[in-house]
Design a protein around this ligand. Structure first.
Ligand code: TYD
Length: 207
């Protein structure tokens, strides 16, 4: 049996967490929600470290910590669930590292892709939703700020530009969704994209 691997990407406050939750509720028991960084004992500890503004971390160490959390999540949670035929919905995945560390932090998308390919054993999502929203509109939404948001809108602009570039390079995997709308409207489009990907991937129809 082969499940479906869906990832949700976007800048900070694009509504990923809300959309991941709504999608999992709509899919019911077959869905498994995971979040990055996190989802395992190692991942949650790494998450605390990465989100703590009092801890200074260089860009290379930062990229490796995200990759370490991801390696653990893939091996212990995502692969077993896919093998059991479930729909895994991940709130961020490797494209976050490509966009934040590779693009915005300037490490280079190719380099960051390389360490992540090693970390995940080459696992690539079947479908990646890009929740696209203008960084200024996103910044006006409520929520707790973290170290990335503290760096301001230039970082978020660079993240979004890298996402757009990644999506343009692999249009069969990515789905661009306008996230500057009511959560319900965004959700319908996300759900439709998942159903379409499911018939393509799980239904075994030729791509
Ligand atoms: P996230 O938990 O999505 O933040 P929030 O729930 O507060 O929106 O992600 C935390 C931060 O980590 C976010 O600013 C994006 C960043 N991040 C990376 O820089 N690289 C990565 O690989 C991942 C997964 C997240």
């Amino acid at each position: 049996m082969r499940g479906l691997f869906v990832t949700i990407e976007g800048i900070d406050r694009s509504g990923k967490t809300t959309q991941a939750r709504m999608l999992c509720e709509a899919l019911g028991d077959e869905a498994l929600a995971v979040r990055e960084p996190g989802g395992t004992a190692v991942g949650e500890r790494v998450r605390e470290l990465l989100k703590d503004p009092a801890v200074e971390i260089g860009p290379r160490a930062e990229a490796l910590l995200f990759a370490a959390a991801r390696a653990e999540l893939v091996a212990r949670v995502i692969r077993p669930a896919l093998e059991a035929g479930r729909v895994v919905v991940s709130d961020r995945f490797l494209d976050s590292s490509l966009a934040y560390q590779g693009g915005a932090r300037g490490l280079g998308v190719e380099e960051v892709a390389r360490i992540n390919e090693w970390a995940t054993g080459g696992l690539v999502p079947d479908l990646t939703i890009l929740l696209a929203i203008d960084p200024r509109a996103a910044a006006e939404r409520a929520g707790e700020r973290d170290r990335f948001e503290d760096e301001g809108s230039a970082l978020q602009e660079a993240v979004l530009a890298t996402y757009e570039r990644l999506a343009a390079a692999a249009p069969e995997r990515w789905r661009h969704v306008d996230a500057a709308r009511a959560p319900e409207a965004v959700h319908s489009e996300v759900l439709a994209a998942v159903e379409e990907a499911r018939s393509r991937v799980v239904g075994g129809a030729p791509a």
